[in-house]
Design a protein around this ligand. Structure first.
Ligand code: FES
Ligand SMILES: [Fe+2]
Length: 444
């Protein structure tokens, strides 16, 4: 449980807020590079961390990321003309280069003025299909997080973005929450062939119901799909140079002594590498306090990339989650109460894991009040994430750097895992490159 004040500090991200200052100290994936497909294409408005910006691609293909409103008298540069090495405000024609330099002020002949005035402009990089920006103080950029999927060729990368109308922390907590996987996602496991399962005293027959759900790995033997009936995983957490990683440890049904471990790595502050989804990551970025983007980025076989491919890889129905910006806002399908009552479906939501996740995360409201929650040991990874953020708030307030900037870490080798291990084997050995710092499990 957090106090109401701690909850506010954790969740609010605007300029000047404690967490807003922390998040601005990391490279932030703010938009999809494919939304600016070619030189001098129309600019886009980007809302991130509670502020509005304009992103554009100039005549030589360079990205610019500037404050949205013109520094003359505030017209939106999203209306502007992108031409000949810059973006021109429609109102009085002031023109800006990608680095924010004011190139022209047609309603003022002298140049000394424009040489003195600075328009807000921010470092931006195009990596792994995303536009990454740095919104912190000049000169404090941390090492760039070159995750493994950022090295993929464009045709080998699948990106999908889901805009959700709730505070980002609700979605981020879902990414590092192993104990819901074999409960909320029972319909997914059924489609994959996991067979009958129980949740408390409820026995779920486990007949596949959502037959259209794309399910990587479907058709394996039931035990291979999810080899455990244990719904209360033990969570062990370790700090790493990039944040933390944790193992969710479950008994293996019918094999005493063996353990089913799912290792998830959390790279501060946005990115989770989830056990069983090891070719990519799930990134959650706050647009503002009540809106966030959940972005799946995955490596796929050559030529199979693109937005539609990624939606299928993530198990999302294209009918409720479109590829174009105006369609990215999640629209939940109706919950099928009849199928739930008949024991055909557990959750009643078609469309796969991320629809099921979105349903519960949105149901917490626009910004959940964590003073009302009751945490249990299965929530230890969530507690750790909050602690790293709270510690980072203190560090930044004291003039220092936040945690998890990844000093000395090879971001490309951050690993996740989903595997059965024998008695005496250590889960840490599945992900040695994470450089976890071993500590007693109770200290979470
Ligand atoms: S408001 Fe942009 S040039 Fe005047
Ligand atoms: Fe989930």
């Amino acid at each position: 449980m957090l106090t109401a004040a701690e909850n506010e500090a954790l969740c609010r991200v605007g300029p000047g807020t404690p967490m807003g200052k922390v998040l601005r100290r990391y490279w932030t994936p703010a938009f999809q590079a494919a939304d600016l497909p070619e030189p001098d294409c129309p600019p886009i408005r980007v809302r991130v961390l509670g502020e509005n910006f304009v992103a554009f691609r100039d005549s030589v293909g360079r990205l610019g990321f500037l404050d949205e409103l013109c520094c003359h008298r505030g017209a939106s540069l999203v209306l502007g003309r992108v031409e000949e090495g810059g973006i021109r405000c429609l109102y009085h024609g002031w023109k800006y280069a990608a680095d924010g330099t004011i190139l022209e002020t047609p309603n003022l002949e002298t140049s000394t003025f424009r040489e003195r005035v600075r328009h807000g402009a921010y470092p931006v990089r195009e990596v792994g299909g995303l536009g990454w920006v740095y919104l912190g103080p000049a000169g404090t950029e941390p090492p760039f997080p070159a995750f493994s999927w950022t090295e993929a060729a464009p045709g080998e990368l699948a990106i999908s973005e889901m805009i959700m109308d709730c505070n980002w922390m609700q979605v981020q907590e879902g990414s590092i929450d192993s104990s819901h996987v074999a409960i909320l996602h029972l319909d997914t496991l059924a489609t994959m062939g996991a067979g009958p399962r129980s949740v408390g005293t409820f026995d779920f027959p486990g007949e596949p119901w959502d037959l259209d759900m794309p399910t990587p790995g479907a058709g394996r033997a039931p035990a291979a799909v999810w080899p455990s009936n244990d719904n209360a995983p033990r969570i062990e957490v370790e700090n790493t140079p990039f944040g933390f990683h944790y193992a969710a440890i479950r008994d293996v049904t019918g094999e005493p002594g063996k353990r089913f471990v799912r290792v998830t790595a959390f790279a501060m502050p946005y990115t989770a590498f989830i056990g069983g989804v090891s070719t990519g990551a799930v990134i959650v970025v706050p647009r503002d306090d009540y809106t966030c983007s959940s972005i799946g980025v995955f490596r796929v076989p050559g030529g199979a990339g693109g937005r539609a491919a990624s939606r299928r890889a993530l198990g999302v129905d294209p009918a409720v989650w479109g590829p174009e910006p105006e369609n990215r806002r999640i629209r939940l399908p109706a919950q099928d109460r009849a199928a739930m009552a008949a024991g055909q479906s557990f959750a009643g939501f078609r469309g796969g894991n991320r629809i099921q996740d979105a349903a519960v995360q949105l149901s917490e409201g626009l910004l959940y009040d964590r003073s009302k929650e009751h945490l249990v040991p299965a929530d230890l990874a969530i507690i750790r994430m909050r602690r790293l953020f709270a510690d980072s708030v203190r560090l930044v307030a004291a003039g220092g750097a936040p945690l998890g900037l990844g000093e000395g870490c090879d971001f490309a080798r951050i690993g996740a895992a989903s595997q059965i291990i024998a008695a005496g084997e250590a889960w840490q050995d599945l992900v040695p490159a994470n450089q976890g710092v071993r500590e007693p499990a109770r200290r979470a």
